[in-house]
Write a protein that binds this ligand. Structure first.
Ligand SMILES: C[S@@+](CC[C@H](N)C(=O)[O-])C[C@H]1O[C@@H](n2cnc3c(N)ncnc32)[C@H](O)[C@@H]1O
Ligand SMILES: [Zn+2]
Length: 375
């Protein structure tokens, strides 16, 4: 019935038949859990009496996330799943790791638990959209909120539902993974602001199937007001590829000219979404060091993601290097040579975690195209 695995330094029983179907346990998320363990360890290391901090894995499945946080970071954890077989398995996994003093299992609706009590760290890792749990999580959380979304199609604008579910319009651009991440950050900003709380993104990243946000939460109406100002819109021209971001204040103060200043065609607007930095560089550097010190199954991949995040420019979109060269009907130069060329022309340029073939730059698309042609 069950197979025993090891993640990090934690032993975990998972249902053998669900190993690939991921009903309870998704092996592909080990990377995400490795990054969580290092990120939570870094975050709590600066807090007084951190071993008393309360973390909740509200949608736990086998309990692997919460059990790892208790075992590998040393926090007090509540591990909850409304499914009774999952709850029974969580209890077995707690015993297997001998962490009964630090971990308790619950068999409740996550929202009921979250509305009932405040937790220092709240982790929401659902199938699909986190929206059904975001209000309760926002009310409950005191210091750190961790959110997964696997409904990347509506978030990224590939399917409808962005506006309905997230209160924002995404556009299906080449940088859709980043757009989805920023739409989710915008939704989290608005939910928390209702409780006079503000987010400070510490680390945000996306893969093909999920988006993960690790957010510091701060209390105070002024901070919440300031966080709302970090939202805005992205204007995109699907004809020439011109794109720019502007704040919500700008949107309210001016009437956006909807013709592209580069090619004269119509531009389209995405948002509201989060347009400020989506990571904290110092925090990411500490997470990188922490990952290096730990015993982790996906250490190399995790360190690569964090390394890219550290060096990624704080610009809210990127350019797909291959799409750009295809439009120009030229053979793509290497992305490194393009980044070097941009820098030697006085522009900023970096890779992006969102795509291996994406690049961020403060050059405008016409300047970028001119430079690509020269290479
Ligand atoms: C994606 S799985 C969790 C995976 C787990 N966090 C991990 O890292 O392996 C989502 C879980 O949420 C549970 N769930 C769904 N709705 C819930 C609710 N309203 N309250 C509590 N648990 C719920 C499901 O039974 C399922 O086990
Ligand atoms: Zn244009």
């Amino acid at each position: 019935m069950f197979t025993e695995l090891t993640e990090g330094t934690t032993r975990i029983l998972v249902p053998a038949q669900h190993l690939t179907k991921s009903m309870f346990y998704n092996p592909a998320m080990e990377l995400c859990r490795d990054i969580d363990v290092a990120s939570i360890a870094v975050f709590v290391s600066s807090l007084p009496a951190f071993s008393h901090k309360k973390y909740i894995d509200a949608l736990a499945g086998t309990g692997v996330r919460g059990i790892r946080v208790a075992n590998e970071v040393g926090l007090q954890v509540t591990i909850n799943d409304r499914s009774t077989p999952a709850y029974e398995l969580i209890k077995r996994n707690i015993m297997l790791n001998a962490i009964e003093e630090r971990a308790s299992a619950c068999n409740e609706n996550a929202n009921v638990l979250l509305y009932r009590k405040h937790y220092d760290l709240v982790d929401i890792d659902p199938f699909g959209s986190p929206i059904p749990f975001l209000d309760a999580a926002s009310q409950s959380v005191k210091e750190m909120l961790l959110i997964t979304a696997t409904d990347t199609a509506p978030l990224c604008g590939a399917h409808t539902g962005g506006l309905r579910n997230y209160g924002a319009r995404p556009l299906n651009t080449e940088y859709h993974a980043e757009m989805g991440t920023r739409v989710l950050l915008g939704a989290a900003t608005r939910e928390l602001a209702q409780y006079d709380k503000a987010i400070q993104p510490l680390l945000s990243y996306a893969s093909a199937h999920f988006i993960r946000l690790i957010l510091k939460v701060e209390k105070g109406a002024k901070k919440a007001d300031a966080s709302m100002q970090r939202q805005g819109f992205i204007a995109h021209c699907f004809s020439c590829g011109h794109r720019f971001a502007f704040s919500c204040e700008d949107m309210l103060d001016m009437c956006v000219n909807n013709t592209c200043e580069l090619c004269g065609k119509k531009i389209r607007i995405a948002g509201p979404l989060y347009i400020h930095p989506i990571k904290d560089t110092k925090f990411c550097e500490s997470v990188h060091t922490e990952l290096g010190k730990r015993e982790l199954g996906k250490k190399r991949e995790a360190m690569k993601i964090i390394h890219t995040c550290i060096h990624e420019l704080d610009i809210p979109f990127f350019y797909e290097h291959h799409a750009l060269c295809k439009a120009l009907k030229i053979q793509p130069p290497s992305i490194t040579s393009l980044i070097d060329a941009l820098r030697s022309h006085g522009f900023s340029a970096s890779r992006t975690q969102f795509s291996d073939t994406g690049l961020k730059t403060n050059a405008r698309v016409n300047e970028l195209k001119a430079l690509v042609k020269e290479l």
